[in-house]
Design a binder for this molecule. Structure first.
Ligand code: ATP
Length: 476
């Protein structure tokens, strides 16, 4: 043994023979920061509780039972239960191969025969100490990962809002989520923009057995074509010009957790094929790599497109649809569940009052007015409208004229230009066809914000992606 500098480790020696305790302590204290001893195995629990023990040298046979090693196994099991990061070295004078094998199977780091050669004992303790440090490191990394996952799952993008609904339609959604979440079935969430698809994905993950692991989200509509594979599967350094370092892909990040692919309807056919292959093989190969990595993910997809129609039109692969929609959850638009509106208004009123340090309430008549509105931007639009009303209201009553103003933001252009006539049409709707109303609203918002898509999308309570889809749909 050529060790010279003392290691930081704490070693505990447990043997009912005091000569052994003294001999081992004399030898080990030259190399380790602290060597504890006891002749009574009942002391182990307390010592482990109060001292940062790394390695325990444990006799297998205490006085009552000299040769079977049963007692050693009993105490070994106790230590493993109490602190699995401690490395246990079992010692016996009656060693045989089978005993050694059993000891290691039971969780011992190694096995030392008595009497020992000093070099052998030092070597075994050094290896056990390194083993304990590795286990501690793994434990630390595991805790860190769990903490990061929790932060990721709760905090991301303000997705810590409650997922609310008292309507029969939403109760049905919650019940399906509850049933499906515990399985590993792939889930497809459909619904208009702002109906809570992303919130539903979080609810599924939180109710699943994978909740301690990450929920990794990816907006499929937002990935540049040439980065699709790298984003999903990762890449190796140097795989392409901008690959300055290895990158872990979303599939691998989501391993043992859930992968949420949002806006799936936007995926070009070639990328659908690549995605399907990864899902079928449960393996991904990083761009520029030559080794496939096994991935175990629960897939949740969302879209506001009608994917069956997309299949019929040749825009979406039927086999991919089959793969992702084992369970389909449709989130109803807010206009189909107006009984949820008072609940949501009060929830967001409380949330934003807290945020902006205001005390406001909403009258029953105003709740009725808000419940009668169609909310084409669904809950997102409602939440934005309430936020604006909280900011703009004076006095103690929520001034919903500011909400109605926002609802018709699109309807109240600041300039007396031709948008005025559009807004009049919105207020005095000559049609109740929602699509027609949506078309007009989007057009008016664009005019009002002089073609600025981001501002118009914000006013409508839509994401830019959702706004662009509407521009395309209405050919604007
Ligand atoms: N049932 C609900 N209860 C409370 N808040 C909700 C509910 N549904 C949606 N919201 C809120 O509405 C906003 C939009 O929700 P989310 O992003 O989940 O919608 P989405 O369907 O994924 O929209 P898009 O298709 O535009 O991405 C979020 O702020 C979310 O918290």
């Amino acid at each position: 043994m050529t060790q010279t500098a003392k290691q930081a480790g704490h070693i505990l020696i447990v043997d009912d023979n005091t000569d052994i305790l003294i001999a081992a302590k004399l030898l080990l204290k030259k190399y380790y920061q602290k060597v504890h001893t006891t002749d009574n195995p009942f002391d182990i629990e307390e010592i482990v509780k109060t001292q940062p023990i790394d390695v325990i040298l444990l006799d297998m046979n205490f006085s009552q039972d000299a040769i079977s090693g049963k007692e050693g196994f009993y105490w070994l099991k106790k230590v493993v239960e109490q602190d699995p990061s401690i490395a246990v070295l079992l010692m016996t004078a009656y060693g045989d191969i089978q005993l050694a094998v059993d000891a290691i199977k039971a969780g011992a780091a190694d096995f030392v025969a008595k009497p020992w050669q000093n070099d052998q004992l030092l070597g075994a303790v050094a290896a056990a100490y390194a083993h304990a440090q590795d286990k501690q490191k793994v434990g630390q990394l595991t805790r860190q990962t769990q903490g990061l996952n929790q932060a990721l799952n709760q905090g991301a993008g303000g997705k810590n809002f409650d997922f609310l609904g008292q309507s029969a339609a939403m109760q049905q959604v919650f019940s399906t989520i509850e049933k499906a979440a515990l399985t590993d079935a792939n889930i497809l969430i459909t619904g208009e923009s702002g109906t809570g698809k992303e919130l539903a994905a979080h609810a599924i993950h939180q109710a699943s057995l994978r909740r301690e692991n990450a929920l990794i989200s990816l907006d499929m509509g937002a990935i540049a074509d040439n980065l699709f594979e790298s984003e999903l599967f990762g890449h190796k350094k140097g795989a392409f010009t901008d690959a300055k370092a290895d990158k872990v892909g979303r599939f691998e990040l989501a391993n043992e957790g859930s992968l949420f692919l949002d806006e799936l309807g936007n995926l070009p056919l070639s990328q659908q094929t690549t995605l399907l292959a990864a899902l079928q093989n449960r393996q991904v190969t990083p761009v520029g790599g030559n080794k496939a990595i096994d991935v175990n993910i629960r897939l949740i997809c969302a879209t506001n497109d009608n994917l069956q129609q997309a299949v019929d039109e040749g825009r979406f692969r039927q086999d991919l649809l089959y793969r992702i929609n084992t369970i389909e959850i449709r989130l109803p638009p807010l206009r189909e569940r107006s009984e949820d509106i008072p609940l949501l208004v009060n929830y967001y009123l409380e949330h934003f009052c807290h945020k902006y340090k205001r005390t406001l309430s909403v009258s029953d008549t105003d709740l009725q007015t808000l419940s009668a509105y169609a909310w084409p931007g669904n809950v997102r639009e409602l939440a934005h409208a309430i936020e604006r009303a909280v900011i703009l209201s004076e006095g103690e009553l929520l001034d919903i004229s500011t909400v109605v103003g926002q609802v018709t933001t699109t309807a109240q252009p600041s300039q007396a230009d031709s948008a005025q006539s559009e807004s009049d049409q919105l207020v005095n709707a000559d049609t109740f066809n929602l699509e027609e109303l949506e078309h007009r609203t989007v057009r008016a918002a664009l005019k009002h914000y002089q073609g600025n898509v981001s501002q118009a999308a914000k006013a409508l309570g839509l994401t830019r992606g959702a706004m662009y889809r509407r521009l395309e749909k209405y050919d604007l």
